[in-house]
Design a binder for this molecule. Structure first.
Ligand code: CMX
Ligand code: CO
Length: 140
């Protein structure tokens, strides 16, 4: 099962400006920043709150690093905005298999590397009511 909202992913054109908006408007602080070349993003995780299972909930601000990446294509089509949601789980392989058995297209046959060494799998938005959905198992 999925046990929490891990993050909401937001596509932006200028990561530093977006970080500053969320910091000055709401007081959210950056807990982690990295470049993920496989996903084609420069990203920042801003912690919103802790969660019952010891995890936390974040905003994930995403700036594309290359024009052929999913976030760059999204920005071209839609402009800045909410790009995906991510549910946290203790076992991403088991959850992805269960979701796949229900007929939802799982886009990653094997988990990929996500933020801070987490393991992530994406589900096709057309099978999830128009919502690009990520499943994430944190590294710790
Ligand atoms: N949310 C909802 N719908 C979306 C979407 C999104 N973010 N991105 C694309 N779609 C829709 C398109 O609008 C399109 O709809 P229509 O057919 O009605 O026009 C449909 O999905 C298929 O679009 P497509 O032309 O195949 O679009 P893409 O080539 O952009 O591929 C997707 C879409 C989801 C397969 C691709 O973006 C993907 O593999 N995403 C997963 C990886 C990712 O997003 N990485 C960045 C985040 C990394 C992280 O969180 O760490
Ligand atoms: Co994400």
């Amino acid at each position: 099962a999925a046990t929490r909202l891990d993050h909401v992913g937001i596509a932006c054109r200028d990561l530093d400006a977006s970080i500053e908006f969320y910091r000055s408007t709401y007081g959210f602080e950056v807990e982690h920043e990295e470049v993920n070349e496989e996903q084609g993003v420069r990203e920042a995780m801003l912690r919103v709150n802790g969660a019952d299972d010891g995890g936390a909930t974040y905003l994930q601000l995403l700036e594309p690093t290359r024009p052929d990446s999913p976030v760059a294509r999204f920005l071209e089509r839609n402009g800045e905005g909410v790009h995906h949601i991510a549910f946290g789980t203790g076992d991403v392989v088991a959850l992805a298999a269960g979701v796949g058995d229900r007929g939802v297209r799982v886009l990653d046959a094997e988990p990929r590397r996500g933020t801070a060494g987490s393991r992530i799998v994406f589900l096709h938005p057309k099978d999830c009511g128009g919502v690009l959905t990520e499943l994430v198992q944190s590294a710790h």
